[in-house]
Design a protein around this ligand. Structure first.
Ligand code: 3PG
Length: 409
């Protein structure tokens, strides 16, 4: 991955109309339909404030949810939260390509910020198409006539070839915003400047973990020093070596179809050999209490919810002994950290990561919630990515249309 892309440092935005694609996609309370404030909104607010302070007329595009989903909402609330974090009013119009949007864009003064409607209300937005094809659609053809520059600030949507992500590259000059710039620099630090990598893989999306590990293994560089397995992936490695996890955990694994991953898990275990660390004990839910069970005493009487104390001790020792030339990628928590009694594994691992000399990258949508719950701050790590699906896509070696367009300019 080369870092040859232009950023906000390379352009004069004063008096210019700048379209900025950010990612405001936020968790939504299913009852009240209120969006929760989050790191993404706070991070993009800084890019918007910089553009505004530098005298740009700022037009913001973003999405919330997917059409038909319960979290598919207009962006009015997002404008209110953005206003708070930018420290200036962020206007909102519930329109994208109609007269209301056009009037509002033309009426912007230097330093003013305007958020348009959820881009996914337009059917053309989510078509996976080339920049040139999208440039023929209403969104790009209408808005690019009113603007001078396009800023792509959201790495977390850069795996999509949607109109608002790639289309403007065929019509306007493009630069990376500050959030995009930080994400790309952190990933380049990790994949290009480090020789050895430690993977900590937990959480409940084992297929994502497998894909990432398979890709890094196939690439050969950076070399995987150790894979510390926890969460569902840890359970699958135990299952693959013939352990009986117990019916409560097996029921969940079958329900989610994770048992279909067993061949890939076995293959990965074989390829990793001694570089693979599996849990030596687990913590299960036994009638509402945390019960630790050594792997040799499985099956567990209740669902497995965390790694056990011995496993945490081994994993934290490995993390603490990593050198500053190493990188550690963290994917997911060790267990069900949202329940206090199953937070211990995640807390111990994350604390060791925060103290580690290695470059630590924590990935995934809600990792900042886990970080807060274990009493740490995002700043305690080298980099906490704001991307979920996009990061996995990237680490799985797939092309990122939103990163490709940055290379055009
Ligand atoms: C995310 O929340 O990961 C991004 O906003 C992308 O959302 P999507 O998966 O609906 O495209």
């Amino acid at each position: 991955m080369s870092l040859s892309f232009r950023t906000l440092d390379d352009v004069d935005v004063s008096g210019k109309t700048v379209i900025v694609r950010v990612d405001l996609n936020s968790p939504v309370d299913p009852e009240t339909k209120k969006i929760q404030d989050n790191e993404r909104i706070q991070a993009h607010a800084k890019t918007l404030r910089e553009l505004s302070d530098r005298g740009a007329k700022v037009v913001v595009l973003a999405h919330q949810g997917r059409k038909g989903g319960a979290d598919f909402l207009p962006l009015k609330q997002h404008a209110e939260l953005l206003s708070r974090h930018v420290g200036k009013p962020v206007k909102y119009v519930p329109d994208l390509v109609g007269e209301e949007a056009e009037r509002a864009i033309k009426g912007l003064k230097s330093g003013e910020i305007l958020l348009l409607e959820n881009v996914r209300t337009l059917d053309e937005e989510t078509k996976e198409a080339s920049p040139e094809e999208h440039a023929k659609g209403a969104l790009v053809s209408k808005l690019s006539k009113l603007a001078d520059l396009f800023v792509l600030d959201a790495f977390s949507v850069a795996h999509r070839s949607h109109a608002s992500i790639v289309g403007f590259a065929a019509a306007l000059p493009v630069v990376a915003g500050r959030v995009m710039e930080r994400e790309l620099r952190a990933l380049s630090e990790l994949l290009e400047k480090r020789e050895r990598i430690i993977l900590f893989m937990g959480g409940n999306k084992p297929e994502d973990c497998i894909k990432v590990a398979e890709t890094i293994l196939a690439r050969g560089r950076p070399e995987i020093k150790t894979l510390l397995s926890a969460g569902i992936l840890g359970q699958l490695f135990l299952l693959a070596e013939g352990r009986d996890l117990g019916e409560p955990s097996m029921e969940y694994i079958r329900k989610k179809g994770f048992d279909k991953l067993l061949d890939r898990v076995k293959d990965l275990a074989e390829k990793l050999g001694e570089k693979l660390q599996k849990p030596v004990d687990v913590a299960c839910d036994a009638d509402g209490k945390r019960l630790e069970v050594s792997v040799s005493n499985l099956p567990a009487p209740g669902p497995i919810m965390d790694i056990g104390g011995e496993t945490a001790k081994t994993y934290t020792r490995i993390i603490r002994s990593a050198s500053e030339d190493d990188a550690i990628i963290v994917k997911g928590p060790a267990g069900a950290y949202e329940h206090e009694r199953f937070r211990r594994g995640t807390a111990e691992i994350y604390r060791a990561l925060a103290e580690s000399k290695a470059f630590t990258l924590i990935g995934g949508g809600d990792s900042s919630t886990a970080i807060r719950l274990v009493g740490l701050r995002v700043e305690d790590f080298s980099y906490v990515s704001l991307a979920g699906g996009a990061l996995i896509h990237f680490l799985s070696g797939k092309k990122m249309p939103g990163v490709e367009i940055l290379k055009r300019s």
